[in-house]
Design a protein around this ligand. Structure first.
Ligand code: UFG
Length: 338
């Protein structure tokens, strides 16, 4: 069986590729490396003893992207390609709407033309409106989103649902990720953000390795157990396995289904900082700073649907997440750059 990963060289795509290769699937990656590195391919080959087939192509360029479908018999598509920085999406919203929606429309039009009937989309917990109570359940209301990045995820969910309704043989799975962290156990692939990281775990990792001086904790006056923000951190390998389970589900079903991928448990920023200090063997320096605009105090997933329907459950602990993030960071202090 052949699976096409759009944006497959990115953080979540590359870990999903590793899991798919380990499970015996043939993997094709379509990526223009706008926010990833071609070195991922060598690393995947070292991990899996098998190299994914690569197309260096902009997925939003439909005529260039079509070659992938024309030259291969694709059974399933996992659509990761898209911009993903919340802050950047506020600064250049049109780039986010243009790129993320064009990538999706091009992919869906080709999926339609080449009769691919299994489709998985990389969505986000950010689609849940801020008014919902925690834990977030898949049937809760979505929107309004707090930034253009979140809106692109929500609009794309709707586009996929409409396409799916019009095509009875089609099966789509929308995966709403909570906070993916960690890295492959081998330390060969991991998260490699360009510039100064926006997200907590890569920032902590850079402080721990000495590349940044101190972590700023955004807010210590939230109504949470220690005043810092609470999130549902999920090991990227558990997340990757969730994609394999979703794909198997899509192959045997029709219509659109939505699943949360999280652990169902919330951790505070201070708890994550403490756990990372244990993993790397020294405390991570931090200071408190004002709240970051748009951040919610606390949210985590209700994971019962994925447990029951997909037979999938996150298995790795926060200690595993920190151990693997530190292993990746300390072996690759400059990410994929040699
Ligand atoms: N935080 C800090 N200091 C930092 C970075 C983050 O204190 O330098 C805190 C945040 O305030 C928050 C927590 O760490 O309480 C997690 O922040 P992240 O930026 O790692 O993650 P978010 O929950 O803000 O965002 C994530 C994804 C987005 C997604 C969003 C909602 O990065 O893609 O979840 O699902 F949209």
């Amino acid at each position: 069986m052949t699976v096409l990963l759009t944006g497959g060289a990115g953080y979540i795509g590359s870990h999903t590729a590793a899991e798919l290769l380990a499970a015996g699937y043939d993997v094709i990656i379509a990526d223009n490396f706008s926010n990833s590195s071609p070195a991922v391919l060598d690393r995947l080959e070292q991990i899996a003893w098998k190299r994914p087939k690569l197309y260096n192509v902009d997925v939003s360029d439909k005529s260039a992207f079509e070659r992938v479908f024309a030259e291969n018999k694709i059974d399933s598509v996992i659509h990761f390609a898209g911009y993903k920085s919340v802050g950047e999406s506020v600064r250049v919203p049109l780039n986010y709407y243009r790129n993320n929606i064009d990538c999706t429309l091009a992919t869906l039009e080709l999926v339609d033309k080449y009769s691919v009937n299994s489709f998985i989309f990389s969505s986000s917990a950010t689609v849940y409106g801020a008014e919902n109570e925690v834990p977030y359940r898949e049937d809760m209301r979505v929107g309004p989103c707090s930034n253009p990045y979140g809106w692109t995820k929500l609009f794309i969910e709707q586009i996929i649902k409409d396409f799916s309704s019009a095509k009875p043989e089609f099966s789509a799975v929308l995966l709403r990720y909570f906070n993916p962290v960690g890295a492959h156990r081998s330390g060969l692939i991991g998260e490699d953000p360009r510039g100064i990281p926006n997200n907590l775990m890569p920032y902590i990792s850079k402080v721990a390795v000495g590349a940044l001086p101190v972590l700023k904790i955004f807010g210590n006056d939230y109504p949470t157990r220690d005043g810092t923000g609470v999130r549902d951190y999920i090991h990227v390998i558990d997340l990757a396995k969730g994609h394999v389970a979703a794909m198997r589900f899509a192959e045997n079903n029709r219509g659109t289904e939505v699943f949360n991928l999280g652990t169902g448990k919330g951790e505070s920023v201070l708890e994550m900082v403490g756990a990372f200090g244990n993993a790397c063997g020294r405390p991570v320096p931090y200071e408190f700073a004002p709240r970051r605009s748009g951040d919610l105090p606390e949210y985590y997933a209700d994971v019962r649907k994925a447990n029951e329907v997909l037979g999938w459950k996150a298995e790795l602990s926060v200690a595993d997440m920190c151990r693997d993030a530190w292993n990746w960071q300390s072996r690759n202090p400059n990410g994929y750059e040699e």
